[in-house]
Design a protein around this ligand. Structure first.
Ligand code: ZN
Length: 643
């Protein structure tokens, strides 16, 4: 995943709904270096064959702040510079005025400091959210960031007061061309700007409407976790980590997995109405924000904020439905291969053969992952190496470290940071190359784009990460040493597609149901939500999958619902990544070059225009057809190999 933040450069500041959650996004940018002239060609350097050694495994946060004093000095510096924002008031009615503001070094300094401090705060939280210094930094950063948002509240209203023709004349001026994409909204007839007072009110109220954090604290920390007995008689507690170990492990049988899966639902069931109420609060906040900006639905507002056509949303849901017969076929096959009378969701991570992922070192994982994605070429590998050899990678779990994995880079203040919880399993390499895919994209964007275009959004970010996962799987399938091993990796790749495209579309249809219910004047009811969840599970998993009767509560654990219309982007991204990887097979170097150009383009255009650089058009049926072909062929190969 990609860590998201709500920070944007002043000029790009746009209040999008009353979203309580900080929506992450990443970026980078550095002074473009001279890699072209110094990089010898692949033959001479053998970059693809290079072996990574002595890799750093702990974050060095002193690259962001040397000590506590340095952080506080930066916060004071922003407060000192805030009047500089106000100085632009009354000057934004000409090309010169806007350009002066965009290129004002003091405003860029504010921006860079907030990027740096935002990263620092979230990294301290990720290492230990209960640490008192992490708490101090979080509060101080949020305070300064809010002041910054309030200071900028006049910006958009002032420009939007100008007649449309005048705005068009200003924005089309050659001198503003490098910033054209971030200024585009000012000439968009659909853009409804909130008044300065309303923007200030939104900035002040945002921290008060925070169901995302409440859900996170409740579900991750305070929710009572039941105990259970392992088949060998030892006692366990149902944490998320424990549960995923059990689901993957070949040492437990279907009945035990089913028991654990039932416990996971039963532990949330007593709080169904609390979960429903929390989500309803977040949805009402987002719907209010959409209405304030003149949208007739939250979906329209969310698509507008991502600069994505409604057709994209409709097409991905339609694509998922088209894939259903093939997906049902896969579940049937897996049930047969597992030699079980029934297959349930708790069985999906089980290997159908004796092959299970090997235990490996981090360095081996990094080298295998690097080989898997070396198809992208030397220029890519050079950036990959620069990042993975830096002390910006935190590899091993600790008692206090946040679970999961993410990559983060905001602005061009440093090089990307990556957090893992490496579990010494070969299966983790998929996560490793995923995050490195984000990191390389962030770094390429940083090196090649100006500050206004150097933060790719999540819509294209997840293409860069998942394309690596597909390439890595292809490498493992091609290099499998036995039929069992090949089946394992085929299964793993199929589950990547099912989990990312099919499951996220299920989530998205559920979310859409919740929004539409509220938008029609209704309220969310835990029982109706459970019914809807069951109905969607039946559709997406088919008659061959046995569902636990009380699994209608399972939506409650998913934090992504607190970011409006977010999950469908995982589905679209992997679909586009699949289409890119298909084209690499067909077109070779030409497609690889196009893909690298896409990575370097950052956020200099709309997501659809950016993807077209990589040869993928989100509005064309071909895109979905080629992804569908890849998935269908994988399932066919799986069925064939299993015979
Ligand atoms: Zn990601």
């Amino acid at each position: 995943m990609k860590r998201k933040i709500s920070m944007l450069l002043g000029i790009a500041l746009m209040v999008s709904g009353c979203s309580a959650t900080n929506i992450p996004e990443v970026t980078t940018n550095t002074i473009s270096n001279t890699e072209e002239s110094v990089a010898p060609d692949a033959e001479e350097t053998g970059l693809k064959d290079k072996v990574l050694k002595n890799l750093p495994t702990k974050w060095d946060l002193t690259d962001l702040y040397a000590d506590k004093e340095a952080f506080e000095a930066d916060m004071k510096r922003v407060e000192e510079l805030l009047p500089e924002i106000e100085a632009a008031r009354g000057t934004l009615n000409s090309v010169e005025g806007i350009l002066n503001d965009i290129e004002n070094p003091k405003l860029m300094e504010i921006n860079d400091i907030l990027y740096r401090a935002g990263m620092y705060s979230s990294f301290l939280d990720a290492l230990d959210a209960t640490d008192s210094w992490a708490g101090t930094v979080r509060a101080r950063y949020n305070e300064v960031f809010q002041k910054h948002m309030i200071a900028y509240a006049f910006y958009d209203p002032e420009i939007m007061e100008l007649p449309l023709e005048k705005r068009k004349e200003i924005i089309s001026d050659k001198r503003l061309e490098p910033y054209a994409y971030s200024l585009k909204r000012f000439t968009d007839p659909e853009y409804v700007v909130l008044s300065e007072d309303v923007q200030k009110a939104v900035a002040l109220l945002s921290p008060a409407v925070n169901s995302y954090d409440t859900h996170s604290i409740f579900d991750n920390v305070e929710l009572p976790r039941p105990s259970f007995t392992y088949p060998d008689g030892t006692e366990g507690t149902l944490t998320d980590e424990e549960e995923s170990k059990i689901m993957e492990s070949p040492q437990y049988d279907h009945e035990f997995r089913k028991e654990i899966y039932g416990l996971r639902n039963a532990m949330r069931q007593p709080y169904a109405h609390t979960y429903a109420s929390l989500l309803e609060g977040a949805i009402r906040g987002n719907w209010a924000g959409a209405q304030m900006q003149g949208f007739d639905s939250t979906l329209s507002a969310a698509l507008y904020a991502s600069d994505v056509d409604q057709q994209v949303y409709d097409k991905i849901i339609e694509f998922a439905h088209d894939m259903l017969p093939k997906v049902y076929e896969y579940y049937e096959t897996k049930k047969d291969l597992l030699s079980q009378d029934e297959i349930m969701l708790c069985d999906l991570l089980q290997s159908v053969t004796d092959y299970s992922p090997k235990k490996i070192s981090y360095e081996d994982a990094a080298n295998i992952g690097r080989k898997g994605i070396s198809v992208w070429g030397d220029e890519y590998l050079e950036v990959f190496d620069k990042i993975i050899e830096s002390p910006h990678i935190d590899v091993y779990p600790t008692e206090t470290k946040r679970s999961g994995a993410f990559e983060s880079l905001d602005g061009d203040v440093t090089t990307p940071y990556v957090l893992y919880n490496f579990n010494e399993s070969e299966s983790y390499i998929s996560t490793l190359v995923h995050e490195m895919g984000h990191a390389v994209y962030s770094e390429f964007s940083a090196e090649n784009q100006n500050k206004y275009n150097n933060t790719p959004g999540i819509f294209t970010q997840e293409v860069a990460s998942t394309a690596n996962e597909i390439m890595f799987h292809k490498y493992m399938i091609d290099n499998a040493k036995s039929k069992d091993e090949k089946l394992y990796w085929l299964d793993s790749e199929i589950n990547l597609f099912l989990g990312t495209i099919m499951r996220q579309c299920l989530y998205s249809e559920f979310e859409d149901y919740c929004y539409k219910t509220i938008e029609k004047g209704g309220s969310l009811n835990a029982d109706d939500m459970a019914d809807k969840w069951m109905e969607l599970q039946k559709l997406y998993y088919g008659d061959g999958m046995t569902l636990l009767e009380d699994s209608g509560i399972d939506w409650a654990r998913i934090p992504h619902f607190y970011n409006d219309y977010y999950v469908y982007k995982y589905a679209t991204s992997l679909t586009y990544a699949a289409s890119i990887c298909e084209q690499v097979d067909e077109k070779g170097q030409g497609e690889i070059d196009a893909y690298i150009s896409f990575l370097k383009a950052g956020k200099s255009a709309s997501p659809a225009d950016l993807l077209r650089i990589a040869g993928v058009d989100p509005l064309e049926d071909d895109t979905y057809e080629s992804a569908g072909k890849l998935i269908s062929e994988l399932i066919d190969e799986y069925i064939e190999t299993a015979k």
